[in-house]
Structures are given as C-alpha cells and as structure tokens.
Design a protein around this ligand. Structure first.
Ligand code: CUA
Length: 313
C-alpha cells in the first residue's frame, strides 16, 4: 500500500485507508467535474443570451422535461454510488473483528490514557502491533472528547457514562498522531497523543517490559519529562504564570489556602494527594478542574513529579 501523504490526504497507515481513500477521490473528482460543467454552461449562456437591444424580451419558458429529468437522474446515480460505496467502508469500519487485541482508552481533560490487558497504563502514548486488528474500548471521565487518527482514517466520539469502540489494523511500523476533535475546554488543542506501531515481536517485548523509571537520568529530570508528557503543563505553568491551575513554580513548601477556608503547607504528602485525589483540596480562586491520576501514574512517577516541583524554587 502507498503510505505517502498526498496534497489531499495524510499518509495511509491502516487497512481502512484502502476503503475510504478511493471514495474520497471519487467524490472530489466528480464534484470538481460537475462544478466545472456548471461554470462552463453558465459562462456560455451569459454570452449567448446576453441582452443586445431594448426590445429583446425573454420568452415565457416554464420548464424543459428532458433537461430536468437528466439533471435529476445523473445526480441520483452518483449519490447511490457514493452511498453503496460508503456503506461498505462504514460496515468494514464498524464491524469489530473477533480476534482483535483490546486496549482500553480513557479521555479526560486533557489527556489520553491507555490501559492494556496486563494492567500496563500509558499516558498519551499508544503502542500497537502492526498487521493485527486492534480494538479500542473508549470512555470519558468528564466531558465529550473525540478520538481521531487521520493516518488511520478512524474517528469516534468518547463519551462520559458510555463505552464506544473502534478498531484499526496498522500496516507499517512507525508512528501516527492522535487528536481530540471535540472542543472540550482550555486544553483541547493540547490533547494530543502518539501511536507507536511495533512489529509483533517488538510489541510483545515492549508489553512485557512495562513502564519503568529510566535509570540513566535523575528522578527530577524524569519528572520534568512527565510534566510535559502527562500534560501537567497544560494547566500548571513552571514559570509562575497562571493558567488553569496553580503554577508549579515556588509551590514546594508554600502555604496553600483552600476554598473551604482551611490551609496547608505544600509538602510531599499534599502534592501526592493533589495528584491522586485532586478534588480533596481545592486551592482558593481556582476551578476544581483536574482529573485524578490515580491508577494513571505509578508511585515512582508521582515521586518524580514531586522531585521536579522541588527544583522549581
Ligand atoms: Cu478532548 Cu478536545
């Protein structure tokens, strides 16, 4: 399969593309030809039937059977072709293969979380095997999000209180981008994730190795990576500026005042609780907007984030 991007479409990296792309081109080309035909006829009529003298009166023409039947029948056939062609692709897209590898997806403001059958959890990074159908079972923890992978030609809404699903089969090792395409608040445009497509053996190896702290960099530096990759940065600045939530700069051991009138010092226990149970203590003047990272971040990742916050004096 041709995986190169064209002017019209992004690169095709799933089996669904061979269903959708020819139809896309068919609609585009016939639409273009019809537009061209109409413009030519209009141009011809403007010149041929232009008013040349004062007594040039338009005859009282009411209709033309042949013309009207023609311009009804031809578009009827065209839309029937588009319907039956599109319906085939739709059925292919919506029929989940029985042998699909299942991954759970949770959308929350504003990140994507992926959970594997063995319990491995990833934030904003979806690892999949190539040449094998993958089924995503998706839900939202808050508002409506929409899971969109242009390179795979798949898109589906992700809803609170209901599971939705989609499937794809990646055709080449490499990467693809995931977008959120439902406007879901301040961090909507940051709700990006990457798909990493592995060869089957590499995928197994990756899955078995799980998530580990890198041992070649300091914990605080790993925390800084997580600050970006887990989308903390969408709501918490590291330079003191106010975004959605309080800045991380100067947060360590600072006095915090809460909505309910109580206060506390931002020590490790406070930071840990705020990451795992963000609704427990809401800092005064800030909205209760943060999703819980319970089960999303591992203990050592929470430690790494706290170490990173300590460095932001
Ligand atoms: Cu989630 Cu837009």
């Amino acid at each position: 399969m041709d995986t190169n991007a064209s002017f019209w479409l992004p690169p095709a990296k799933s089996t669904l593309a061979s269903q959708t792309d020819p139809l896309f081109h068919f609609i585009n080309i016939t639409g273009g030809l019809i537009l061209l035909g109409i413009v030519i006829v209009i141009g011809y009529c403007i010149i041929k039937y232009r008013r040349t003298s004062e007594d040039d009166i338009t005859p009282n023409t009411t209709h033309n059977d042949t013309l009207e039947i023609t311009w009804s029948i031809i578009p009827l056939f065209l839309v029937l072709i588009v319907f039956s062609w599109g319906f085939q692709g739709f059925m292919y897209h919506r029929t989940m293969p029985d042998n699909a590898y299942e991954i759970h997806v949770t959308g929350k403001s504003w990140l994507w979380e992926f959970t594997y059958p063995n319990g491995t959890t990833m934030i904003n990074e979806l690892h999949v095997p190539e040449d094998r159908p993958v089924k995503l079972v998706m839900k939202s923890e808050d508002v409506i999000h929409s899971f969109f992978v242009p390179d795979f030609r798949v898109k589906h809404d992700v809803l609170p209180g209901r599971y939705t699903s989609l499937w794809f089969e990646a055709t080449d090792p490499g990467t693809a981008l995931i977008f959120c395409t439902e406007f879901c608040g301040n961090g909507h445009s940051d709700m990006l994730a990457t798909i990493i497509i592995h060869q089957e053996d590499d995928f197994k190896e990756w899955l078995e190795s799980g998530v580990k702290a890198p041992d070649d960099i300091p914990l605080a530096e790993y925390g800084e990576q997580l600050y970006k990759s887990a989308n903390c940065a969408t709501c918490h600045s590291n330079d003191g500026s106010r975004i959605v939530g309080p800045s991380f700069k100067g947060l360590w051991e600072a006095e915090r005042n809460f909505e309910d009138g109580t206060n506390a010092v931002a020590d490790a226990n406070y930071l840990r609780q705020s990451i795992l149970e963000p609704m427990a203590k809401i800092v005064a003047t800030y909205p209760p907007a943060m999703p819980s990272y319970q089960g999303t971040l591992k203990d050592f990742q929470v430690d790494a984030l706290i170490e990173y916050i300590k460095t932001l004096e």
